[in-house]
Design a protein around this ligand. Structure first.
Ligand code: HEC
Length: 242
């Protein structure tokens, strides 16, 4: 699990995982907006209240790694290309690819910012976008902790596609649902693709883990009750591109 070979293959796999399953168009995460993912799977986050100044591994970094890197054929538990697994905190840290003293020299980060074919995730996946890279660097700089936070409430007064749904899907779903071979043949990097699963019931059914649907995010933590509620509200509004 040492990232001694990190230079190319690891980076490639990281990036490729992102790109492969996602072909991820990693859209900008909305800075300041915390997009929590429920680490317990039962709707309860753990830790202290979410602070906009802190980057949380469980809510913000892990979903990126799970959907971008720890995907089937790349750095998941089964494939673990280059002997690298990137689907949990301990596995990510065990790679040796995180350098808290010099975040931008971390091998995992270096792999993501390469401009050649060694970039992770590799093409056809999209590279991590600047917001996502900044988030990772900030998390490493803050000590690369296995931290988690509790949402201080669920403000659903003005749920919009732009401010809530799109960043949520970019963070937790797009790594697997974009690119040349999106998961289940479902493309979620465009409004049209998201609208289609909103309209046919699969978006809500899969994230709510309703019977008859494949539970999403696949192999990842369930979205929080707040996120699921926002999706429901947005769908009930007709899933507008607002
Ligand atoms: C790690 C990869 C991965 C992630 C992350 C992921 N998906 Fe999927 N998704 C898949 C695969 C693969 C399938 C095909 C069915 C299966 O294998 O479970 C799928 C299927 C689906 C389906 C069809 C479900 C059905 O019952 O027909 C929907 C809808 C969906 N995903 C939405 C999402 C949403 C929304 C997110 C983010 C909250 C997400 N996925 C995150 C890989 C992923």
């Amino acid at each position: 699990m040492k990232l001694n070979t990190f230079p190319s293959t690891i980076v490639i796999f990281l990036v490729s995982s992102l790109l492969l399953s996602y072909s991820c168009k990693h859209l900008p995460l909305n800075d300041g907006i915390i997009i929590p993912v429920d680490p317990t799977g039962n709707g309860n986050n753990t830790g202290s209240q979410c602070s906009p100044d802190t980057v949380y591994f469980v809510q913000q970094v892990l979903p990126l790694m799970q959907s971008g890197c720890a995907v089937s054929g790349c750095h998941d538990a089964i494939t673990h290309k280059e002997d690298l697994r990137l689907d949990s905190y301990s596995d990510i840290m065990a790679t040796g690819g995180i350098n808290v003293n010099n975040p931008t020299e971390s091998k995992i980060y270096r792999a993501m910012v390469k401009t050649d074919e060694e970039r992770m995730p590799p093409a056809p996946a999209s590279p991590m976008n600047s917001s996502q890279l900044a988030l990772i660097v900030k998390w490493i700089g803050q000590g690369a902790k296995n931290n988690s936070c509790i949402e201080s409430g669920c403000d659903t007064t003005n749920v919009t596609y732009t401010n809530h749904i799109k960043p949520m899907v970019q963070n937790a779903c797009q790594g697997c649902h974009s690119g040349a071979a999106p998961g289940g043949g479902i493309e979620l990097s465009t409004y049209a693709g998201i609208k289609a699963v909103a309209d046919n019931g699969k978006f809500y059914g899969s994230i709510s883990h309703l019977s008859g649907y494949n539970a999403m995010p696949k192999n990842g933590n369930k979205l929080t009750d707040c996120q699921i509620k926002m999706v429901q509200i947005w769908i009930n509004q007709g899933a507008p591109q607002n």
